[in-house]
Design a protein around this ligand. Structure first.
Ligand code: ATP
Length: 252
């Protein structure tokens, strides 16, 4: 266990050691490493995260556990660029992302599967997946989109027959699969997953775990999860957050 507020050796970046993600920056290779340094975030005048630092190695599944209110969702949202009250470093394979908005982070290979899925219920499953075209600056499905669609439907075959139905009619498990599939459609190198097993029946949790095991190594995964069984099945290491600070690091 690690009692400090950092894990995996991440500290603030020395100036000039990493590139800034400009619009013409080179593509990030598969399974990027994610370095989070001195991340502080909150809401209004309340600070929730207090200088959190860690590295998730390329292809690693890094679990994040901790009690309700510890700041797990705030951490993932801050990494994804969704928390406006945020400071610190977020680097993908050495490319600085912290000054960039969420949509640039997505285009650089960082995708979030948010807590509660947040799929759009009023449009079809296919349309939910096509929303990601915007992240790639496309208006219509192209060959890359179709290839990714084939891949995600191979991972989640249950969605194949559901492409035309509105998102709202899906079961909780199907919605979780759609939320993961939607994130994968952006071609991420790092996937941030916020409690994917929440509210799902054990058999459905197993199906989600199986899919994530398929993704292991080809995508770096930061997995916020309260279910210890899921963490045990998937995580290489698990950080424990407590009151917005890293309270421990366990391997395996
Ligand atoms: P849980 O396991 O219950 O999802 P968590 O570890 O993910 O909890 P967060 O959701 O990040 O924790 O919340 C951390 C703290 O920030 C809590 O005290 C929470 O009330 C507060 N908080 C979260 N979202 C907001 C918000 N939008 N505005 C104000 N405070 C918030």
């Amino acid at each position: 266990m690690n009692g400090g507020n950092s894990a995996g050796g991440a500290g603030p970046h020395p100036a000039g050691t990493a590139a800034d993600a400009g619009p013409g920056a080179a593509p990030v290779p598969a399974g990027a490493s994610l370095a989070v340094s001195d991340l502080t975030a909150g809401y209004g005048r309340v600070t929730v995260l207090h200088g959190v630092s860690f590295i998730a190695g390329a292809g690693e599944v890094l679990g994040i556990s901790g009690p309700n209110g510890a700041g797990k969702t705030t951490l993932l949202n801050a990494i994804a660029g969704l928390n406006p009250r945020c400071s610190g470093g977020v680097d993908l394979n050495g490319v600085h992302l912290a000054r960039h908005p969420a949509y640039v982070r997505v285009s650089r290979g960082l995708a979030l599967v948010p807590e509660g899925r947040q799929i759009i219920g009023s449009i079809s499953v296919r349309a939910n997946l096509e929303l990601t075209l915007m992240a790639r600056g496309r208006l219509r499905p192209d060959a890359e989109h179709r290839a990714r669609m084939d891949q995600v439907l191979e991972l989640f075959p249950g969605l194949k027959n559901r492409l035309r139905v509105p998102g709202s009619v899906l079961s909780g498990g199907e919605q979780q699969m759609l939320a993961i599939a939607r994130a994968l459609m952006t071609g991420p190198r790092v996937l941030l997953l916020d409690e994917p097993s929440q509210g799902l029946a054990p058999s459905v949790v197993s199906a989600v775990v199986d899919a994530l095991q398929h993704l292991k190594r080809s995508v770096t995964i930061v997995l916020v999860e309260q279910n210890p069984h899921v963490l045990q099945m998937l995580a290489d290491r698990t950080l424990t957050l407590s009151l917005g600070r890293i309270a421990g690091l366990a391997t395996g």
